[in-house]
Design a protein around this ligand. Structure first.
Ligand SMILES: NC(=O)c1ccc[n+]([C@@H]2O[C@H](COP(=O)([O-])OP(=O)(O)OC[C@H]3O[C@@H](n4cnc5c(N)ncnc54)[C@H](OP(=O)(O)O)[C@@H]3O)[C@@H](O)[C@H]2O)c1
Length: 274
């Protein structure tokens, strides 16, 4: 089995790779194309973009020129909830991406409440624009509220998750609802890489700080989407399938949590919508 084939099954029957490339804050154009191209060459088969990232065109171009068959790639984009109709916006994403379908379409954050956009998301599935639909930045209460009204259930909740933001309550709620949690900002957008506890574990395992953080989230059962624009780091972040953190290492990382095992998606001050 190649690393790209290490996946988690989603409730709609598709399989999501356990490690993917995130492309937030990568400029549209050559930089984004280079990063996606490098990732596909290394063996990544999951790319995570969003309407708000404004780089879907470059993601699509890199996918098409990679030579990797489209059906071997798991492509995610996200509905920008400042928009009105998720289905209409999915069509525009597909045009920018230059592809026929998405594998996963997420509501980027629950602006305006957790349910209003869902009928448009379901219409995107019914129109064969996407195989699966899901959510991002939804806390436990929002997950439950949506589950009550959804005709098609969300398959993924993409959340901020790292040893320092170990949202154990939220991950458990997702699992109970049949939703796979996916870890964004697994490196703390770079902030966690220099933490002494991470450096110490990196040294004792003979791995890098990024590999320790990615591996921890994988062993918690999440799909993980680190971002880098550097080829060597893109490769490093994918070389996480040939080692395991032992129980002591996992426990010492668990202990770094600053959220109190929260079931919230974000701290109150971290909410960027009203
Ligand atoms: N749903 C949401 O609301 C949401 C929010 C945030 C993020 N996300 C998704 O999650 C992805 C990842 O999160 P993120 O972008 O916040 O950051 P991240 O993956 O936690 O960290 C990325 C940062 O770490 C650096 N880095 C990456 N690999 C490294 C390595 N091996 N060694 C040293 N430095 C390394 C990168 O620098 P270089 O690029 O210079 O290498 C960048 O500054 C995003 O791209 C996006 O797809 C989603």
């Amino acid at each position: 089995m190649t690393n790209a084939q290490v996946t988690r099954e989603l409730s709609n029957g598709t399989a999501i790779p356990v490690v993917g490339l995130g492309v937030w804050q990568i400029s549209d154009g050559a930089e984004c194309e280079r990063a996606v191209t490098a990732a596909l060459e290394v063996g990544y088969r999951l790319i995570d973009t969003a309407q708000a990232y404004r780089n879907e065109t470059s993601v699509g171009r890199a996918i098409r020129s990679s030579g990797v068959p489209r059906e071997e790639i798991f492509l995610t984009t996200k509905f920008y909830p400042g928009g009105k109709d998720a289905r209409v916006e999915a069509e525009k994403s597909l045009e920018r991406l230059g592809t026929e379908y998405l594998d996963l379409y997420l509501i980027h954050w629950p602006q305006g409440g957790p349910t209003w956009a869902w009928p448009g998301m379901e219409a995107a599935v019914e129109g064969n624009l996407t195989k699966g639909i899901g959510i991002s930045n939804f806390g436990a209460d929002e997950v439950r509220e949506l589950a009550k009204v959804a005709q098609i259930q969300p398959v993924v909740n993409q959340i901020q998750f790292s040893p320092f933001e170990y949202r154990r309550g939220l991950v458990e709620t997702c699992e109970d609802a049949g939703i796979v949690a996916q870890a964004y900002s697994p490196l703390g957008t770079g902030r966690h890489l220099d933490h002494p506890a991470i450096a110490k574990l990196a040294e004792s395992t003979g791995r890098t700080p990024a590999q320790v953080l990615i591996r921890w989230a994988m062993q918690k059962g999440l799909s993980v989407i680190p971002k880098s624009v550097h080829q060597a780091r893109i490769e490093e972040n994918f070389n996480v399938f040939d080692f395991e953190l032992d129980d002591d290492a996992m426990a010492s990382l668990d202990a770094l949590d600053t959220t109190g095992s929260t079931s919230d998606a974000l701290s109150k001050s971290g909410k960027w919508w009203s």
